[in-house]
Write a protein that binds this ligand. Structure first.
Ligand code: GLN
Length: 544
């Protein structure tokens, strides 16, 4: 069987959290920068149909694609590195695989047969892997397999890789195994044994790793490379060091230096040429040589975990580089914010973001924060729940609608300024039922956002059930909170601004999902610019 698409699998060994997503994205970047059409896919071995029903504490941020898939946060890295949108097909879970096989069984597609992990589940997995390849849009598909080899739940995926290698041939399917080389301080030695074991575990499933990417805190020398090559059946040039980096955006260059792209292309029988990383390196230069520094407060309830607001943090890196500003993001837990400490916690900030979120916990602190920044002219960006909080705050403190709220937080509020969307009222299932993905929005002339986007019609990604209640629109607008972005079909308010304030914008959508290295999101760029403008006189005063 001939295959026109090449498949690269990225598996993980020894421990989780080694950064398979970043390695996959970096490799994809290097291949893309040589002119190859490449995409990345993530296979997640858990039984949830998608991560939309997972708490961010469990699994980090839920990333949303244009076509409304609720996905693993690694897809965010793929888009940020490649600047190519992903879709439903780019994230497959065990839940999705089984759901589809069971539906087929009920339809009678396997009539008369016993439905089994092999071949039915593995066939379904192989089909999902090849959907992107067969679309004709890509020459190379990189598939990252979540989890660590040896996990019971990963077995059908590894088996599918084995079968695909057999079906399509070694020149069309290769396996990059990411592993850890721990350093034992007491022995002052890097240790290869865990890697040997994880390569052996892969081999027990009939899969030979073609390339080893070795995560390490110290340089792995020639002797270690030789040892790994000998014990793991891997050519020495296919032992790739991945030493800790100060920023994930350094990893493509580090992989280039190690020759990962060259070994990969060589094994796949494809031509290597020097990748053109000009604009990537320009971004890095701006990111690493900031001319100014600002501090933004990120107010949420998952602040102790870096992964919960991944896309927002990355958007600030892109927007910071665009403005040549170092953006320090200070995470602030909304549950502990109140009238008495709000000044202490916020007065030094140059800008404030209230993060997306669900449920009542911590919302009074968020409302308090919005009040403070509104009254003190500190630039504000409210994202999704953050926009809703701004509407509630304005209703309570400017319109005087005491106890105004979202019906998500208080079903019986007298002033439901944020309310459940009509189409959500009959929905009972929790999974995949929010208003998801890209929706149109028309911007109002003369607003901050129309200048920021420099166009009238935009498309942004969503993930919410509640909306601005249009019954309060007249009142809110008369009092100075203007709706500057509307969905053209439904009139749903997508954006609010306060023109009296220097920079106060709330958006019902998630701009952070669309910010990439080569295309920093204009809203984040403008917000950072406004924060810089706010910070400069303040800082020059404090220096004198
Ligand atoms: N909980 C709010 C809603 O469902 C906001 C959602 C969000 O911030 N993503 O509308």
């Amino acid at each position: 069987m001939t295959s026109t698409t090449k498949y690269i699998f990225v598996t993980g060994g020894v421990t989780s959290s080694l950064g398979k997503g970043i390695i996959a994205a970096s490799l994809a970047k290097l291949l893309q920068a040589q002119g190859y059409r490449v995409t990345i896919q993530k296979l997640d071995p858990y039984i949830n149909v998608d991560p939309g029903t997972l708490n961010p504490y469990e699994h980090g941020e839920c990333y949303v694609t244009n076509d409304g898939a609720e996905t693993d946060l690694d897809l965010g890295h793929y888009e940020r590195f490649l600047n190519v949108p992903t879709s439903q097909a780019n994230n497959v879970t065990t839940g999705k695989i089984y759901q589809s096989v069971i539906e087929k069984e009920r339809r009678g597609e396997f009539l008369g047969k016993t439905v089994q992990v092999i071949p039915h589940i593995t066939n379904e997995i192989k089909e999902r892997i090849q959907i992107l390849g067969k679309s004709g849009d890509y020459e190379i598909v990189i598939t990252e397999i979540g989890g660590t080899v040896g996990d019971i739940e990963s077995l059908p995926y590894i088996e599918s890789v084995r079968q695909l290698k057999w079906d399509l041939g070694d020149q069309n399917v290769i396996v990059v195994h990411l592993t850890l080389i721990p350093y034992l301080a007491a022995a002052r030695e890097l240790k290869t044994k865990p890697t040997q074991h994880s390569v052996k575990t892969l081999m027990e499933s009939g899969v030979q790793a073609d390339i080893l990417v070795c995560r390490t805190e110290h340089e792995i020398g020639d002797a270690i490379r030789a040892k790994l090559a000998r014990f793991c059946n891997v050519h020495k040039e296919a032992i790739i060091q991945s030493i800790d980096a100060s920023t994930i955006y350094d990893v493509p260059n580090m992989m280039l230096e190690e020759g990962l792209d060259k070994v990969v292309l060589n094994k796949l029988g494809l031509k290597w040429s020097a990748p053109d990383l000009t604009s990537w390196n320009e971004f890095l230069a701006r990111h690493k040589n900031p001319k100014n520094e600002i501090t933004i407060g990120l107010i949420g309830k998952y602040v102790e975990l870096q992964d919960s607001y991944k896309s927002i943090l990355e958007s600030f890196i892109h927007a910071g580089a665009a403005n040549e500003v170092k953006v320090n993001v200070e995470s602030i837990h909304s549950e502990y914010l109140n009238k008495d400490n709000i000044k202490l916690k916020l007065s030094h900030l140059d800008g404030v973001v209230v993060a997306p979120g669900f449920g009542v916990r911590g919302i009074e602190g968020k409302i308090e924060a919005v009040k403070y920044v509104r009254e003190h002219n500190i630039p504000y960006l409210g994202i999704c729940l953050g926009m809703q909080m701004a509407v509630i705050e304005y209703s309570r403190n400017v319109l005087g609608l005491e106890d105004a709220n979202s019906t998500e937080m208080n079903k019986n509020t007298r002033y439901p300024v944020i309310d459940l969307m009509e189409e959500q009222k009959a929905v009972t299932n929790k999974g995949g039922t929010m208003r998801l993905g890209a929706w149109d929005c028309k911007l109002k002339e003369g607003s901050i956002v129309s200048e920021v986007y420099n166009k009238t019609n935009i498309e942004e990604r969503h993930r919410h059930r509640y909306e601005y209640n249009n019954q309060y629109k007249e009142q809110l607008e008369a009092a100075g909170m203007i709706s500057t972005g509307l969905n053209p079909e439904t009139g749903l308010v997508e954006i609010i601004e306060i023109p009296e304030h220097p920079w106060f914008v709330g958006v019902q959508y998630h701009p952070e999902y669309k910010s990439t290295v080569s295309n920093p999101h204009p809203l984040f760029v403008a917000f950072v610019k406004a924060a810089l403008k706010y910070s400069l006189p303040k800082n020059s005063v404090s220096m004198t």
